[in-house]
Design a protein around this ligand. Structure first.
Ligand SMILES: [Zn+2]
Length: 154
């Protein structure tokens, strides 16, 4: 479960900026236990172009980490500064945990990683807040809500 201060205002600001930069595509990344943010690379568009039958979603409505990101994530989970939060953005649809997000987070009905998931609400290139989702033992529930950035700029 995320440490209390992992999602500090500064950390959120970094994530909001990432979400604004990649708009209208989804951004993705993770936050380590020491609150450092790793900005991942969303390769969903490459997958979609490679095989649109299998990878139906584009980067506008889906995300897949680059292999290097996945390796870093998995390595961190075995080390002393594990990833605590995986984040991605939802351009123009609001911050909710979609059935696609649930599928991505579970394997055989159990969470793949011991992390929480942050979904950023980004609209017209501006982050409007975020919601954190955690596994309750049965389902993902929204455990925290973060407001829009105070200064309105990213
Ligand atoms: Zn999503």
């Amino acid at each position: 479960m995320p440490d209390k201060d992992v999602l500090s205002p500064q950390t959120l600001q970094t994530i909001y900026r990432h979400a604004a930069e990649t708009y209208p595509e989804e951004c993705c990344g993770f936050v380590f236990a020491d609150a450092c943010v790793h900005q991942g690379q969303n390769i969903q568009d490459q997958l979609n172009q490679l095989d649109p039958e299998v990878y139906r979603r584009s980067a506008a409505n889906g995300y897949t980490f680059a292999v290097a990101d996945t390796l870093l994530l998995n390595r961190s989970l075995r080390g002393d500064n594990p990833a605590r939060v995986i984040y991605h953005s939802h351009p123009d649809v609001g911050a909710y945990f979609s059935s696609e997000d649930v599928d991505k987070a579970l394997f055989m009905g159990q969470p793949i990683h011991p992390v929480a998931y942050l979904v950023v609400d980004v609209r017209e290139g501006q982050a409007h807040g975020a919601k954190l989702f955690e596994w309750s033992g049965e389902e993902f529930v929204c455990s925290r809500e973060f407001p829009a950035p105070l200064d309105g700029r990213q």
